[in-house]
Ligand binder design. Structure first.
Ligand code: S3P
Length: 166
């Protein structure tokens, strides 16, 4: 019942894949953004707007800590979670981690089509979005790459992950 944690940039597909994986393994699926929204009674955009990003990062840390000790969980993390407050160490303590890697081009394309409100990219389109993603990935990749497994796009599927888990 070792936990599984999916990490990666906004829009890489963590929640969709996490849900499928949890169903297949008969694990509990948790999405950190959804859980933080439920616990705080606010949307992610609302939290950023009202209290700022630093406060949101504290909530992410608290939430992650609250999970330690649980078993049989597939956790889909917010894209920034692994990159703040030594969270990647906690993530690795919590379970087997997978970085769902995609190129800046693919991510920008997916984000442009996504309907999920994301305060950090709100209002950005086209080239602006692409360059933002590219820049952020340079800063965040070192954290994501600490994951136990790094999966390129063609391996973002349940069967591949199950194969790696053995
Ligand atoms: C963020 C990613 C979002 C959400 C928040 C900040 C980030 O989650 O936590 O908008 O800093 O990359 P998704 O990766 O699920 O979009």
């Amino acid at each position: 019942m070792k936990n599984i944690v999916l990490v990666g940039f906004m829009g890489c597909g963590k929640s969709t894949l996490g849900r499928k994986l949890a169903r297949k393994l008969n694990y509990r699926f948790l999405d950190s953004d959804e859980e933080i929204e439920r616990i705080s009674g606010r949307t992610i955009s609302g939290l950023f707007e009202e209290f700022g990003e630093t406060h949101f990062r504290e909530l992410e840390k608290e939430y992650l800590k609250s999970l330690l000790g649980q078993e049989g969980v597939v956790l889909s993390t917010g894209g920034g979670m692994p990159c703040f407050n030594d969270n990647m160490d906690l993530i690795k303590q919590f379970g087997t981690s997978f970085y769902l890697k995609l190129s800046p081009y693919e991510l920008a394309h997916r984000l442009q089509k996504s309907k999920t409100p994301r305060p950090l990219v709100a209002g950005k389109t086209g080239e602006e979005l692409y360059f933002y993603v590219k820049e952020m990935l340079i800063r965040r990749s070192d954290f994501y790459q600490k994951a136990d497994f790094i999966l390129s796009g063609k391996n973002h599927n349940v069967n591949h992950i199950l194969g790696l888990l053995g």
